[in-house]
Design a protein around this ligand. Structure first.
Ligand code: SF4
Ligand code: SF4
Length: 197
């Protein structure tokens, strides 16, 4: 079992006026966040990566059994014919398939929102360190630069909106599955999510 990076609980998105004390951060490019967590992705994340790289979603996403993922967010649980799954970035040998040998990200410009937001989170409307990042991320130190909290808040809001939209599509898929209108295979899911109308 492994953690995934989750969006803040509902009700955490408020105005910038409630920003808390500054956090200093400088990414060390160690790549630990690319191996320590499953990376949940939405259809919006997947479409951005496909558009940027020219790769097909089936080449870089995978389905992770729900029981293997520690995650407080259940809105995107997918009903498939052999169980419940989450859609994540594919991995090779326990690391994200987009991590380069030198540990940098091959899709840095279009990396998914959980990656953009790590190691931050929201609490009571302010930016805080994601509790799951402690002990993983070495970029959080007084030697770093103050984070752009407005940018983090903006990305968190975008992420929450995109997860909500994706959750709506998942609910629709799960409903179709319950009615026997989709066969619950990976191919059918990707076709449902990404086939041209
Ligand atoms: S997409 Fe990039 S930043 Fe995100 S886990 Fe993969 S390699 Fe790391
Ligand atoms: S774990 Fe922290 S320091 Fe290391 S690559 Fe990820 S964000 Fe940067």
């Amino acid at each position: 079992m492994r953690l995934s990076i989750t969006r803040p609980p509902p009700g955490q998105h408020r105005s910038r006026s409630s920003i808390k004390s500054p956090i200093n951060f400088l990414c060390r490019e160690c790549g630990r966040c690319c191996t320590a967590f499953y990376i949940n992705v939405t259809d919006a994340d997947i479409s951005r990566i496909a558009g940027e790289t020219g790769r097909r979603p089936e080449d870089f996403v995978d389905l992770c059994p729900r029981g293997s993922i520690i995650d407080r967010d259940e809105d995107c649980d997918l009903k498939m014919r052999d169980g419940t799954y989450r859609i994540i970035l594919a991995e090779t040998r326990g690391r994200c398939i987009f991590q380069l040998p030198d540990r940098r990200c091959a899709i840095y410009v279009s990396r998914p929102l959980p990656c953009r937001l790590f190691p931050f989170d929201l609490r009571e409307g302010g930016v805080v360190v994601n509790e799951d990042a402690r002990g993983v991320c070495g970029g959080l130190s007084s030697k770093g630069r103050p984070v752009d909290e407005g940018m983090i808040l903006s990305l968190e809001c975008q992420w929450s909106q995109e997860v909500n939209q994706f959750a709506g599509r998942i609910r629709e898929w799960n409903g179709l599955f319950d009615q026997g209108k989709v066969d619950g295979t990976r191919k059918a899911l990707l076709s449902y999510l990404f086939a041209a109308p």
